[in-house]
Design a protein around this ligand. Structure first.
Ligand code: PMP
Length: 426
């Protein structure tokens, strides 16, 4: 009798368009640390997933989740020690005046709430984003998205600005010149929003520009951009959904790497190591003003189980010194990737820091033509060799390397040696 495959069953009940990695998709049955086990028993090294930031199925996280789920799980309209203690700990990790936490379940909800807050406190409606962004799946974020297809038209109350990248700049361009040019684009966006009667409420950016493929942004750009937006009556929303939780190795938050203190921070993905825990951090004054005008409640956001999990994630990052690990293993990984670039013409650029790298593949280094087909081949061949990464960028030619933070030097060796072999035999 005909038995449909799991893929065919998925198509039937989830549709053909639900995103799926690889020409031949993988079915996983177990995770542990940086390893994922497929149904045939084969283990794959995870060099891609940032959500399980302290490792897949971390025993401390699983135990905290089990313990709290067995004791009490309830919403935030009752007092609960765990929930308040988590909010205290999370807000203490941010600079002043970021001292209040609003719980959500997803990064999309966090960014949606951040936009509402920004519009409320500024009284403005305009939004500025990057010209290759993704911040979530709500309607207002879909109307801002430029990195993924959306059925909604780009919002008339928004402007998308290009983000400077020293790798893409014409040879000989100084960082300062590039910064000035792109700051002029931002100023034009601010002016045009004002001219049409919808002045800027917020600049919403990922502080490392992760979906934009980690461009080499001149050091002063983000701080200057924030200044301009504030001078025009808007605020800076820092999306830390990918950049946060020690990813850079140097800091806990991506905004610290950019030398700014945002007005609103949004958190997600690694915050719950896979449990749906996300949130918005901003000043108590704004949270109270907004709350007075708009009742904000999120049934599942900030449950005691979410708080217990979030606490265990922070414990693991601290106890296992994962920020230092991201820095040290990240440096090693970067050195090895740079050495690889010396031997493979296909690698046009290696950029990033900590445990987050973009390796841009180009057909020739002078003209920087995207090697999109090659990137697809590399990702699929690495999969065949037991290694998981992905690709990003408008031309899908940039390898995205972003493993769980428990990635060790031996894992970096296994990954780079395998990538070397794949590139040699392409
Ligand atoms: N912000 C950024 C920068 C993201 O990359 C994503 C998800 N890819 C989101 C927000 C949305 O998060 P979620 O999928 O949890 O809604």
């Amino acid at each position: 009798m005909y038995e449909p495959t799991l893929l065919q069953r998925r198509y039937r009940v989830m549709g053909n368009e639900a995103p799926l990695f690889y020409d031949q998709p993988l079915t996983f049955v177990k995770g542990e640390g940086v390893w994922l086990t497929a149904e045939d028993g084969r283990r794959y090294l995870d060099v891609y997933n940032n959500v399980p930031c302290v490792g897949h199925c971390h025993p401390g996280i699983v135990a905290a989740m089990q313990r709290q789920a067995a004791q009490l799980n309830i919403h935030t309209r009752y007092l609960n020690e765990q929930v308040v203690a988590y909010a205290e700990r999370m807000t203490a990790l941010h600079d002043d005046p970021l001292d209040c936490l609003m719980f959500t379940c997803t990064g999309s909800e966090a960014n949606e709430l951040a936009l509402r807050l920004a519009r409320f406190v500024t009284g403005n409606t305009g939004v500025i984003v990057s010209d290759y962004n993704y911040h979530g799946n709500t309607r207002s974020l879909a109307e801002l998205a430029t990195a993924m297809a959306t059925s909604e038209a780009f919002s008339a109350q928004a402007r998308a600005v290009p983000i400077p990248c020293l790798y893409r700049a014409p040879a000989g361009t100084l960082a300062q010149q590039l910064e000035d040019q792109y700051i002029a684009h931002l100023q034009a966006a601010i002016d045009s929003l004002k001219a049409q009667g919808t002045p800027v409420a917020a600049l919403l950016i990922d502080t490392l520009f992760a979906n934009e493929s980690l461009p080499r942004v001149p050091a002063g750009f983000v701080a200057r951009a924030a200044e301009l937006v504030r001078a025009a009556g808007g605020v800076l929303i820092a999306d830390e959904v990918q950049s946060g939780f020690a990813r850079t190795g140097e800091h806990l938050w991506g905004y610290q790497a950019q030398g700014v203190v945002p007005d609103i921070v949004t958190l997600g993905k690694p915050m719950g190591n896979g449990f749906p825990l996300a949130g918005v951090v901003t000043s108590r004054e704004w949270v109270e003003r907004f709350g007075h005008a708009s009742m904000y409640f999120n049934t599942f956001g900030g449950s005691p189980v979410a708080a217990a999990v979030g606490m265990a994630v922070l414990d693991a990052i601290e106890d296992e010194q994962l920020q230092a690990n991201a820095l040290n293993v990240g440096r090693y990984l970067q050195e090895r990737l740079l050495a690889l670039a010396e031997r493979h013409e296909l690698i046009g650029d290696v950029r990033g820091k900590g445990l987050f790298y973009a390796v841009e593949l180009v057909q020739d280094r002078q003209r920087q033509v995207a090697a999109s087909a090659e990137a697809r081949q590399v990702v699929n061949r690495l999969r065949d060799q037991g290694i998981l990464i992905s690709k990003i960028g408008p031309h899908d030619n940039i390898l995205k390397i972003r493993p769980p933070l428990v990635f060790a030097q031996a894992h970096a060796d296994l990954f780079v040696d395998t990538l070397d072999r794949v590139l040699t035999t392409l």
